[in-house]
Structure formats: structure tokens, C-alpha cells
Ligand binder design. Sequence first.
Ligand code: AMP
Ligand code: MG
Length: 343
Amino acid sequence: MDTLRLAAGGPETVRIASAILQNGGLVALPTETVYGLGGNGLDPAAVRKIFEAKGRPQDNPLILHVASASELDGLCHSISVAARELARRFWPGPLTMVLPCRESIPRETTAGLDTVAVRCPACDVTREIIRAAGVPVAAPSANRSGKPSTTTAAHVLHDMDGRINAVVDGGPCRVGVESTIVDLSGGVPRLLRPGGVTPEQLREVLGELEIDQAVTAQPAGDAVVRAPGMKYKHYAPQGQVLIVAGPAEKAAAYVRKRFQPGDAVLCFAEELSLYGGLAPTAYGSERDPESLAHGLFAALRALDRAEVKTIYARCPECGGVGYAVRNRLGKAAGFQIVTEDAL
Ligand code: AMP
Ligand code: MG
């Protein structure tokens, strides 16, 4: 199939994209987090096409994207006061809530769970398209399964050209990492994936927030996890990512001793000079975690080449969105970290 390129501001974009969604097709949509691979979330055939286009395991549920919080009641039940308050504060924005789902949601979308993940993205054209389509749009990140997420339309086409009906080009994504996911389906609220809305911000509303262990460590192969997506390899280029922690100079000395031709360095802008001669890639400034989130996936994609065997990566220690960056790099590395005492 030919993949249409639609400009976000184009006069026909909303009409064409929403018609494709209504007819069971797939459109990659810009959001403030990463590009989403959208299909009608109430149409099992459309949802199956999403899994096929991505090569995604079927037991990994999708996030439903809505145009406004008023759509929540049609998709979920037992919505707590706290969940409504989170929607009021953070939507449209990079927060996904997992809630008990209504029976009208196909099991293809929920991967058979009795919960559904819902979010309202902060991207005007995408909300207009969802509103015009008149259905919630199931949209995982628009990358081939296991690869770093896409943050530009060019990245989407690299992975999906010929596999989807259209991509809407809304420019580079502002946040750059996927949404925060919080499970509000019962018991103590639980963070399943960190993102642009930080644990600090969630605690302000929720008081208590548990952090799921999949956020900070690789689950064992046979572990039973709440969200099936957590058990798969994620965000990974072809080479092995190895996080090197500790002070800048010591880490650079460690890397310099081991660096082989074909290896790569992913570091902070302020550390570039420490890796002279090793052609380091900077993905942002250590002092500005937002810049690191914004640049991470583009940098991992640039290093996703067969000849790159080991990627030595520097990882921020800070909170805020730095916590989400640490989680994504940790997953890309299979949580392989050289700690300071090993330097
Ligand atoms: P992606 O589709 O790549 O943006 O990732 C979607 C994430 O949402 C995956 O990690 C899923 O496991 C998670 N997710 C979706 N629905 C649910 C749900 N009902 N419960 C828990 N996690 C979910
Ligand atoms: Mg993804």
C-alpha cells in the first residue's frame, strides 16, 4: 500500500485521516509524547492490523486515545474521584490512566484484561482527528515492535512506509518519551511507566503512589506482570546498550579503556569533550532533563546500525522527567549498568 503523507496544518488532513480511521485503516498521528500508530479502538479488525504493522506480540494491550475527558465514562467504570482529578489537571497531556473497562471494548484492544488504558493527547490536530472520527483511537507507539519509539514523521516512515495508510506530520514531538501510565483500577495507585507527568506531580494529587517493579528492573522471564507490555524487550537498537554510571571523568576513563572500533558513546552535551576521537553522540544536557527526553529516541535510532556493537550510555540521575529517561535507557540496556564502584 502507498502511505499518504499529510501535513498537520493541511486543509484536508482532518477529513482524510478521520475517514481512514472510520474505514478501519491505520494512520500514524503526532502527539506531544511520541508518534502513535492509530486505528479504531472499537474495531477488532483495525486493532489486529495495528499488531501486524508493528509486529507486536498480541498480549500487549493498547492505549485508547480520546478527544476529551468526557469520553471516559463510555469506556470505563468505577472511575475514582482521584482519576477524575488527574484528568482535570493533566489532560490533554502525557498521562495514561488504567481503569476497569466496559464490555464494549474489544479484547483485541485490552489483550483480554478487564482494564483499559486511556489518554487524551495534547496535540490539537490529533484531537481534532479523533473527534471527527467519532471513535476512541487505539495507538501504540508508531515503531516496529522492540525498536525505539518514533518522534518524527521521517522515523515513522522509516519503520512503517507501505505498512500503514497515512502519517500526519506534526513535526518533532515535544516531550519525546511515551506517556506516564498509572494504574487506578483498584487498591493503591501504581506507576506502571514513568513519563512526562512525574511521580512528584502524581503524588500531589494521589498522596500514595506505588512504583511497579518493572519500572526499575527487568522482570524475570516467567514473572506474572500486571501489564503484559512490561515483559518485552523495548526501545532497543541492534547493538548492546551498556549504561555507565558515576562521575563524568571516571566514566569516560572506563569507556576509553574498553572502546572498540564500531562501538558508540551516547552522552550529555557537557561531556562531549571527554570522548574526543570516539565520535560521541549527545542527546541533551544533563542540567536539562527535558532536553534528554526530547533527544533520546532520535539518538538511539541514529545508533541503530548493524555495525554498532556496544553503545556506552550516560544516564541522568535526576528526578522529574529524568526518571522516565532512566527507565527507557534502562530497558534499552536490559538494565545492564556499570555502577560507580566498578569503574
Ligand atoms: P505503547 O503502545 O508502545 O505506547 O505502550 C503501551 C503501554 O501501555 C504498554 O506498556 C502496555 O502494556 C500498557 N498498557 C496498555 N493497556 C494497559 C492495561 N489495561 N493495563 C496495564 N498496562 C496497559
Ligand atoms: Mg511502544
